[in-house]
Design a protein. Structure first.
Length: 224
């Protein structure tokens, strides 16, 4: 039996131990908990499910697919276009800063991992996590659908880890959330892959409101 190296690379790319600082961001969840919108495991599941289906599944996932295709053909103009499109969908300064900071951090890591194409993205203001994630996925020969699923899983796992600290939830409750929500990821990957350019788009008003309020929150653990 031969282990698929691309699978191992994907596991590396979505690992919470990847040194890009994803653990520092709650994406509005900290404020949602602080304001009493999310107080238990059921409400946490509803919050995360809403973001997956109305946000990531309709914006991040289809744009990641296009970034993947652009890197496959070395079309830097398309890479830039779709990365900037993703930034335009971020509704608050915190969310835009998170994307830029994690994207630049992943670029620095990829340079250290002998991927010189990431060099120019270390300081580019339009760097996004999806842009550099797609670069790594193509160069490590990770299947596109698997890459999208991994991207969604990485986001979900980090959010659940944040919820365990913030709500707070027990470790078992966190695993139950992961098990339930992970079952919805294949459908999101499939639907995202079928979206046309003019069908991309989604908005989560609660996320935008929570994120903007988090910028002024008196005491906080997370950067967003």
């Amino acid at each position: 039996m031969v282990t698929n190296l691309s699978l191992l690379r994907l596991l590396q790319l979505v690992s919470p131990s990847l040194p890009i600082g994803m653990y520092s961001y709650s994406q509005g969840l900290e404020t949602a908990v602080h304001d009493g919108w999310v107080t238990n495991a059921e409400q946490t599941g509803d919050w995360l499910r809403g973001l997956l289906h109305n946000g990531l599944g309709k914006v991040d996932a289809p744009l990641l697919a296009r970034l993947y295709d652009a890197w496959q053909t070395n079309d830097i103009e398309a890479v830039t276009h779709w990365g900037q499109t993703l930034t335009a969908y971020r509704e608050t300064a915190e969310l835009r800063a998170e994307d830029r900071q994690t994207g630049q951090a992943l670029a620095r890591l990829l340079v250290k991992l002998e991927m010189p194409e990431a060099q120019i993205w270390q300081k580019r203001p339009d760097a996004t996590l999806a842009t550099l994630f797609a670069l790594a996925a193509t160069r490590w020969q990770i299947d596109k659908a698997d890459a999208i699923a991994g991207y969604l899983w990485g986001w979900l796992e980090n959010q659940v880890l944040g919820a365990i600290k913030l709500v707070p939830l027990g470790q078992v409750a966190g695993q139950q959330l992961l098990q339930g929500l992970a079952a919805e990821l294949p459908g999101l990957v499939e639907s995202a892959s079928q979206l046309k350019d003019d069908e991309i788009g989604g908005s989560c008003f609660g996320l935008a409101l929570a994120s903007s309020r988090h910028e002024m929150q008196y005491s906080r653990l997370f950067r967003s």
